[in-house]
Ligand binder design. Sequence first.
Ligand code: AHR
Length: 496
Amino acid sequence: MANRVTINADLAAGTINRNIYGHFSEHLGRCIYEGIWVGEDSPIPNTNGIRNDVVAALKQLKIPVLRWPGGCFADEYHWKDGIGPRESRKRMINTHWGGVVENNHFGTHEFLMLCEMLECEPYISGNVGSGTVQEMSEWVEYMTFDGVSPMAELRQENGREKPWNVKYFGVGNENWGCGGNMRPEYYADLYRRYQTYVRNYGENKIHKIACGPNVDDYRWMDVVMREAHGMMDSISLHYYTIPGDWTRKGAATSFSEDEWYITMKKALWMDELIERHSTIMDRYDPSKRIGLIVDEWGTWFDVEPGTNPGFLYQQNTIRDALVAGVTLNIFHDHCDRVQMANIAQVINVLQSVILTEGEKMVLTPTYHVFDMYKVHQDAEMLKTTIDSQDYAHNDQKIPQVSVSASKDAEGRIHVSLCNLDNQSGADVEIDLRGLAGAGLKVSGTELTASIKDAHNTFEQPEAVVPSVYQAFTVEGTKINAKLSAMSVTVLELIAE
Ligand code: AHR
């Protein structure tokens, strides 16, 4: 039996904000130090201390926005520790992540330089949990004020004459947990207060992001929206896909059939979470002015054996690629509300797109999904329906195929298809309506593997890489495609 997909080429249903393809970098494990920052004297090729290989790989992805400095680290971070001559910056213990020494060599200037190299927007997370209003206010002034002021002068003394453009600013992170264990009523009041002093200087207009809920904490969303919706541009949501629980999350490789299935099922839960949070937001913001920013998402497994448990270093398999593919398809579906998302985290932590070891770098299956899917950035989402077969496991079932389609500025249509079943292929009949009479030129790329924990290593960096996809036939505006088991496929359709 085939899965049936109808793509309405003439029914645009909103724009897929390119920021949905955003990333997250925290002072955690080997994300910043080693992954991004190696220092100017490193034998690893770098520009002003930042790895050249990593910058090139991320530029290839067209990463639109990068969040920093945390995560939980953000609510312990005092930005003045990370400016001025590097040799004299404070050394301290990163108490939250692994108890290692943080020398503050990567600070505001280094992060904003990285964003300039990547040509992406910076997204700064401010400290509400342990920082003061003055500290937050001065950070914004330091980065963005172009006039006479103590912070602008300090910036200039530190070598940066002109301010940076900083659009995205988060007022706290996980303030229901590591960011202060607050109740939503208390956080909402603090948000109102702190954001007052996050000022717009000159042309720099800050997009203020309130700390939103953990997973399905609908009360948090309701209270913060009720109390502060008029003072925010967006609100965040955090949801990680964890096959087990917080005590035993499950291994990143060598996992069971059950774990594969539950991972897919839990990844699909993102759809319901967004739907329900968005419905609450609708009550206070029916015009959908306020964005939902899923600024932490992705898989979270047990750390690789023998690594520091506080470093959250995990391998990345074809299973992660499927989680990335279905989640991005879900974000597209909600592009009227989801204005940004930041997978956690960009390098060497959780569901990374890049892993490094010394001078070596490897691109993960998740990287390849982001590369294949980048064609959707800023494209018009096309209204698409699917009648999917079931992917059944024991006495449970979920849809086997996930799909999303968009039309780019040149009129090319891209269709991303995920087959969540790791054992059976999927026949898909795609009917492209709204292009009556037109013929189609179709090409495709596929990411798949023959074993369910296939992954790339420093010894075998190309075990899971995209290949040309040709398992389809075309008749007029209908396409019959055969998806491989556990695959992510992107088709490009050009009307002729
Ligand atoms: O991404 C790892 C951690 O997960 C972040 O620091 C925190 O915000 C979340 O709990």
